[in-house]
Ligand binder design. Structure first.
Ligand code: FE2
Ligand code: FE2
Length: 158
């Protein structure tokens, strides 16, 4: 991070980088899980579910990219070892259900992961509010999209 950039952050930057790296790991796990489910889902009317999962998986990959940019700006190192993703994540891998026709279970897998993400970004937002405007703005943007994901999948249950 540049000198002025470092000066304006009134937070423990190391601690913040750790939080962002954990969220980064969550994003990759969600991306992998959702993309996998989008490719394997079957059953009546599977096309809509496939599209929802695929779109959401893309968003999660985008979030991962945005987090890497911020981690680098802060002078941190984004997690490099894929084998360590789950160990460094906030939550376990959102494991896709065995039954690829079980929409309820697929939706529950997504909703659990989204609830976790909402909680994580809400906490980082509270921590950075008024202290690190750049990170705050980023996590609020991501948080808004996670809330949108939750709503989209909750609606599918109706
Ligand atoms: Fe995300
Ligand atoms: Fe999400």
């Amino acid at each position: 991070m540049g000198k002025e950039g470092a000066k304006i952050s009134a937070l423990d930057v190391k601690d913040l980088i750790k939080d962002l790296n954990k969220a980064y790991a969550d994003e990759w796990l969600a991306h992998f899980s959702y993309l996998h489910m989008s490719r394997t889902v079957t059953g009546a009317g599977y096309e809509d579910m496939k599209e929802f999962l695929e779109d959401t998986a893309k968003d999660e990959a985008e979030h991962a990219g945005e987090l890497v940019d911020r981690i680098l700006e802060l002078g941190g190192e984004p997690l490099v070892n894929m084998m360590e993703l789950e160990k460094n994540a906030n939550a376990p891998y959102p494991k896709p259900p065995k039954d690829t026709t079980d929409y309820k279970k697929i939706i529950k897998t997504v909703l659990d992961a989204e609830a976790g993400a909402i909680d994580v970004y809400n906490k980082i937002a509270a921590k950075t509010q008024g202290k690190d405007h750049v990170t705050y703005q980023l996590v609020c943007h991501i948080l808004g999209e996670e809330v949108g994901h939750e709503e989209k999948f909750e609606d599918l249950l109706e």
